[in-house]
Design a protein around this ligand. Structure first.
Ligand SMILES: Cc1cc2nc3c(=O)[nH]c(=O)nc-3n(C[C@H](O)[C@H](O)[C@H](O)COP(=O)(O)OP(=O)(O)OC[C@H]3O[C@@H](n4cnc5c(N)ncnc54)[C@H](O)[C@@H]3O)c2cc1C
Length: 303
């Protein structure tokens, strides 16, 4: 109740106040902030994936502008020598306005990344986008086999079927490359697991399938139990380090992150940045008010 109330109220707080707790989770406003945070993370032994904040848009002009911003970001990242890649949310490029134009925009970004021998991860958004985002990934994986990956959400009941449905694209030269997360949106129980244990069970089953089938898996979680389970499966299936990495969000569980780096496994940190940080922070809260407790904790633990 309190979380929901706070999530509704926070958008009306002054930006400066919201920034106090958001800054733990957001690298800054512009590209230079993101690159500085990324350099820092590289020095700590972590790779990065950059996310230029934006999300839902209402015109295709905005989609075009976001595409250009991402192309510029790709150039800047390449020029910086930072060990990192980019994550994209298709709704930023018009997924819900003009699916085909959105595909062309995302394609342009993946093409630029492929030219730099880099990689684009397609984030997974809410369930209204799932099939369309899988379809975009499918088309791009065919054209740019080693340069594009997808996010899958363990809470969605459809995920095992989605994975098997993509297996025809899986080759030893260019394995499928999935980031597996629990899923952040609030979805109905008809399509999504709702309980912690159910979601974790589904997470482990999906991850086991990936390891068994030599799919490149990015284990994206801050849940220490799942991290341990992932290590057990890596041992069981003798997964080479080239086929696995751990991923965490900027500012979340840095101690757990360091223990994984210390064990010698690849770690990548998701680094959101951009002037749209206020909308991003408040939207995330409305989507999932349980996040408020982390934010309130961050407010009192700052400094
Ligand atoms: C790299 C990365 C990319 C992601 N991409 C997507 C995506 O494309 N689509 C999507 O739907 N979701 C995405 N997510 C979010 C994900 O789906 C989960 O909502 C989020 O990671 C929380 O789940 P968890 O696995 O950490 O487990 P939880 O059970 O939620 O959390 C485990 C523990 O982690 C800590 N923790 C978790 N979140 C926070 C926080 N914000 N602040 C402080 N502590 C925290 C707490 O100690 C908590 O007890 C991504 C997550 C990561 C790490």
């Amino acid at each position: 109740m309190l979380n929901s109330l706070m999530a509704k109220l926070i958008p009306f707080f002054p930006e400066k106040l919201v920034w106090i707790f958001s800054k733990r989770y957001i690298a800054g406003i512009d590209v230079n902030d993101a690159l500085a945070a990324s350099r820092d993370l590289n020095n700590q032994g972590a790779m990065v994936t950059l996310d230029l904040l934006g999300e839902f848009i209402s015109t295709m002009d905005e989609a075009k502008k976001n595409t250009q911003d991402y192309l510029d970001l790709m150039d800047a990242l390449h020029g910086s020598g930072i060990n990192g890649n980019l994550s994209v949310k298709p709704t930023m490029f018009g997924l819900l306005l003009d699916k085909e134009a959105c595909f062309s925009h995302v394609r342009e970004i993946v093409q630029r990344a492929a030219g730099y021998n880099s990689f684009i991860r397609i984030d997974m958004e809410d369930a209204s986008c799932t099939s369309m985002e899988i379809e975009i990934f499918r088309r791009l994986k065919v054209e740019f086999p080693g340069h594009v990956g997808l996010v899958l959400q363990a809470y969605l009941k459809r995920t095992p079927e989605d994975i098997t449905g993509l297996m025809d694209l899986h080759t030893p030269e260019a394995p499928l490359n999935f980031r597996l997360c629990k899923g952040i949106y609030v979805e109905p129980a008809t399509i999504a697991f709702k309980q912690y244990d159910q979601i974790n069970r589904a997470y482990v089953e999906n991850l086991e399938f990936m390891f068994k089938n030599k799919i490149h898996a990015a284990v994206a979680t801050h849940d220490a139990l799942l991290v341990e389970k992932a290590f057990e499966l890596i041992e069981q299936y003798k997964v080479p380090k080239a086929l696995v990495e751990f991923q965490m969000l900027f500012g979340v569980t840095p101690k757990l992150r360091q223990t994984i780096i210390d064990r010698g496994f690849p770690m990548r940190v998701y680094v959101p940045f951009g002037k749209e940080w206020f909308g991003y922070s408040t939207r995330r809260l409305k989507e999932n008010p349980a996040m408020v407790q982390h934010i309130i904790k961050a407010l009192f633990m700052r400094g």
